[in-house]
Ligand binder design. Structure first.
Ligand code: GUN
Length: 173
């Protein structure tokens, strides 16, 4: 699907297709639909990023809170979104040793206790060693730095999700 086809989508289809490009935040593509036509995929992504950037800090934290923990409860119970499941499996989050799993769980809790939102990282751009290293390092950041960092990761995840959806033959129009 190309940007011309995206621009022709009625909002119901648009939200069905792009509703999870930001994890569990369909309100974002639903709002951004009003900004069509997009001159390019880049412009579509920019519209999403502008919406996110315009939110108050509490709204940005809300976006982060819509993300499941990496290697957390939803992964174990099979209740992740399809996108998150694929990303987490790709980064080896479903194949941690028991000591890695224990370290991950301890650091995830430490991170959430410190910041009040979960650790978000673009799993497709990192392997399990890098994720554990980043989780440990980012626990030391200040709240404002970490909120901004988490949102930058959300944008990377969104970029990859959009490109995967557009290259997926399922949505050829
Ligand atoms: N990175 C890529 N997907 C996810 C996700 O669903 N949750 C978190 N915490 N990080 C991610």
């Amino acid at each position: 699907m190309d940007i011309a086809a995206v621009n022709l989508l009625p909002y119901e289809d648009f939200v069905n297709i792009f509703g999870n490009v930001v994890e569990k935040c369909p309100i974002i593509p639903a709002a951004v639909w009003s900004r069509r036509p997009f001159v390019s995929v880049k412009a579509f992504e920019a519209a999403i990023n502008e919406f996110v950037d315009a939110l108050p800090e509490s709204g940005k934290e809300g976006i982060l809170r819509c993300h499941p923990d990496l290697a957390g409860r939803d992964l174990k119970s099979g209740t992740l979104t399809r996108e998150s499941q694929e990303e987490q499996a790709g980064a080896g989050m479903d194949a941690l040793s028991s000591s890695e799993a224990a370290r991950m769980a301890r650091l995830n809790e430490e991170y959430k206790k410190r910041f009040g939102f979960p650790f978000v990282i673009c799993a497709r751009m990192n392997d399990k060693a890098a994720i554990l290293q980043q989780l440990s390092a980012r626990c030391q950041n200040e709240l404002a730095v970490e909120r901004a960092r988490g949102i930058e990761e959300v944008k990377k995840i969104c970029h990859l999700r959009i490109h995967l959806l557009l290259s997926d033959g399922t949505f050829k129009l």
